[in-house]
Design a protein around this ligand. Structure first.
Ligand SMILES: Cc1cc2nc3c(=O)[nH]c(=O)nc-3n(C[C@H](O)[C@H](O)[C@H](O)COP(=O)(O)O)c2cc1C
Ligand code: SF4
Length: 692
């Protein structure tokens, strides 16, 4: 049983004693319908739930400047004081320190939010060709008077926050937001005292904000400053040494703690696609774009990737240093134990399981629901939607989705141990029902298990989630029968009160001449093969073995270019195959997280020589390859050794029909009803398990 001695140890930041070392990183959870700038009750409930889960400190997601009203909530006026006070109180009543994060979006103002009154601004005016990110609109460099007004905005937000009951503020001067454009030589071309001539000048805007807040709010107000530990891959970007120097200046100016992340700039073959990220796990996906040794910890595919940069800063300051970035409890404990940082900020791990600290405190590590790293939350957030987590269906809907013990104990039979079936079984058992869960495979997980063999465990890890379900179902005394194909007579024998059909979707087999040929591996056949091998090997062993041997030729055509086809292409390229992706529609990569993952994966596949053809209709599969009609305009013959179908599933109407009327209550959920993503399957299982 792992211990979490360091994580659970109290510590001090400034004058405040924190009950443990686990802090909730400032992040918008998602967006609720606009209420004239007022903080929505759901936001307050979500933060209260996080505080209740046992974190020592919650930083409330960004109160932004430099964006027009209309999304999220505001804190830039005293009329929001009562809302802010309710939010601070909801956090503080659980013995949790309440901070608010403030940032100015600066040059990152998206084009659709621009108006005559609102333009992208930065330390300096930059021409298009000088911009670190070519897709941005050139920002206008601010006059000194305008800088002073922004400093005042930060100070008055801190004053308002204190009045409302917040105990501190985090100033976000990282990423490529406004404040960072002063710290970075790539952005800052000024020739006055805010210019790049030395570290003091670069940090001057921040030191003036710090001094302003200190003089208004005094010493008993916590100030954390979030800065880039480096701008990796950016010419004239912040270096680790400079970051340490900036932190030293901030310490002198009165900061209580420094929070370190990095901004990672991808080299893109097409400059218009050049992008950056502050997620270390995304930085290295699908593989490191250049050698990163010495800049980040690349050993665990980005998990804890920014720790060396934070450690570098810690060596130069005496105030606490905090780091975030794909940390889980085990890694966080290790990082603290080695003295690399003083506190850890967790974000996604706490969104996936807000009770994580409490569970560690109670010695229930095995009950922590792991974040899979899927980034559904971020993708959803970027689109302006309400909070959404793949594994935690209640995130942001805590009050609406409260769970109650069932009034009548029922006998529940769940057919299918995929994400929908496992979650339905877990919820039903949690509420007191007697549950039997059956699956035809040797292991639980359904399509999620098979998908994780293809996806691998580097960026996303669904095996950990399956193990979590296995542990929970066992603890909740769910009876599990594997290697069992359930039929009508079995159901009749069990005679359940509730029958949940979660058998998974039906495979699409395109009706193309030659589809039955020897060189074709359909999605169904592939799944059956994997299931067969799972009888002898664990999924991790299968992943390793696939690097040595697979019954798949050197040149492969994949029929289907949505999420399934693109992830299969990545799998095959990483195993030395030459790949063609043939997508019948105009949209390649549908289902992949749009913002960070899809562009990266498609760019990488192209760089690896994968030919991705949209509007590509397979006309015939021959002995030697596939005949494809492209855009209905021309035909092409592609010589390949293997053809694999990787198409979205279809509803499994036949299976659903088979079980109709076999129990007083019969429900179909998950892919067999409507094939969707894992997030939808888990939500469907949760919603059903919560109500039966
Ligand atoms: C949905 C979402 C919204 C975020 N919003 C913010 C934000 O407003 N301010 C910020 O500093 N970081 C934001 N982040 C980044 C997180 O603070 C954090 O650095 C990142 O999630 C890495 O930590 P983790 O691996 O523990 O999630 C956001 C992340 C996510 C997933
Ligand atoms: S499981 Fe996915 S959606 Fe949930 S917090 Fe983790 S990355 Fe975000």
């Amino acid at each position: 049983m792992p211990h979490f001695k360091k994580l659970l140890e109290p510590g001090f930041i400034g004058p405040f004693r924190l009950k443990n070392r686990i802090l909730k990183m400032g992040s918008t959870l998602g967006f609720y319908p606009w209420q004239d700038g007022h903080i929505q009750q759901e936001v307050i409930d979500a933060y209260e739930n996080l505080a209740k889960g046992g974190v020592a400190l919650v930083t409330v997601g960004a109160a932004p400047f430099g964006v027009p009203p209309g999304r999220g909530y505001l804190m830039d006026d005293d009329r929001f004081l009562p809302d802010m006070a309710r939010l601070a109180e909801a956090i503080r009543k659980h013995d949790c320190i309440a901070l608010v994060q403030a940032f100015h979006i600066g040059p990152m103002l998206p084009p659709f939010l621009r108006s005559e009154k609102l333009e992208p601004v930065a330390a300096s005016s930059l021409r298009k060709e000088e911009l670190p990110l070519p897709f941005l609109s050139p920002p206008r460099g601010l006059e000194k008077g305008e800088i002073k007004r922004i400093i005042e905005d930060f100070v008055s937000l801190a004053v308002r926050a204190k009045k409302a009951g917040f105990q501190g503020i985090e100033i976000n001067a990282a990423c490529n937001h406004f404040l960072n454009t002063f710290l970075s030589r790539a952005w800052n071309k000024r020739d006055d005292e805010y210019g790049p001539q030395n570290i003091e000048n670069r940090a001057r805007i921040l030191t003036e904000i710090l001094e302003g807040i200190r003089s208004e709010n005094g010493r008993d107000f916590l100030i954390v400053v979030l800065i880039n530990g480096a701008e990796i891959g950016l010419k004239d970007g912040i270096t680790p040494e400079e970051s340490r120097g900036i932190a030293q200046v901030l310490e002198k100016a009165g900061a209580d703690a420094i929070n370190i992340r990095a901004e990672f700039y991808f080299p893109a073959r097409d400059p218009s696609r050049k992008d950056s990220t502050h997620f270390p796990d995304v930085a290295l996906y699908p593989e490191p774009p250049f050698p990163v040794k010495g800049l980040m910890d690349e050993r665990r595919y980005g998990r804890g990737g920014w720790v060396p940069l934070a450690h570098n800063v810690k060596k130069g300051v005496s105030i606490p240093v905090i780091v975030a970035g794909r940390l889980d409890p085990l890694l966080a404990e290790e990082v603290l134990e080695k003295g690399f940082v003083d506190f850890v900020y967790l974000n996604r791990a706490l969104m996936a399981d807000p009770e994580l600290p409490k569970k560690l405190l109670e010695g229930r590590f095995e009950d922590v629901r792991p974040c899979t790293g899927c980034l559904t939350c971020f993708d959803n957030n970027e689109r302006g939607n309400p909070p959404l987590c793949q594994v935690n269906p209640t995130l942001g809907k805590e009050k609406a989705l409260e769970v109650w013990i069932a009034t009548k104990r029922k006998k529940v039979l769940v057919i299918g141990g995929g994400p929908a079936g496992m979650e339905a079984a877990r919820m039903a058992a949690l509420r007191g029902h007697q549950v039997l869960l059956c699956d035809k495979s040797p292991r639980l997980g359904g399509s999620m298990l098979l998908a994780s063999i293809v996806k691998g465990l580097e960026r996303e890890d669904h095996l950990k989630l399956i193990s979590y379900y296995e542990r929970q179902l066992k603890k909740l005394k769910v009876e599990i029968r594997l290697n069992l194909t359930v039929d009508r007579s079995f159901v009749e024998k069990v005679a359940p009160d509730v029958l949940i059909v979660a058998v998974g979707g039906a495979h699409q087999i395109p009706s193309v001449p030659g589809i039955g040929g020897k060189k074709v591996l359909t999605g169904k056949a592939l799944q059956e093969k994997l299931r067969f091998f799972l009888r002898f090997f664990g999924p991790k062993a299968l992943i390793s073995l696939s690097h040595i041997w697979m019954p798949i030729g050197k040149r492969v055509a994949i029929i289907g270019g949505q999420i399934q086809g693109c992830q299969l292409a990545e799998f095959l390229v990483k195993r030395g195959r030459k790949v063609w992706v043939l997508e019948e529609t105009t949209e390649v990569g549908k289902g992949l997280p749009e913002v960070l993952i899809k562009p990266r994966l498609l760019d990488w596949l192209e760089a690896k020589g994968v030919r991705i053809l949209s509007e590509a209709k397979v006309k015939r599969i021959h002995e030697k390859g596939v005949e494809v009609s492209i855009e209905g305009l021309r035909d092409e013959f592609i010589e390949v050794d293997t053809v694999i179908t990787a198409l979205p599933l279809l509803p499994n109407e036949r299976a659903v029909k088979e079980f109709e009327g076999l129990a007083p209550e019969v429900y179909a959920i998950g892919d067999c009803k409507e094939p969707q993503l894992i997030v939808d399957a888990i939500a469907a299982g949760f919603n059903l398990g919560r109500t039966i």
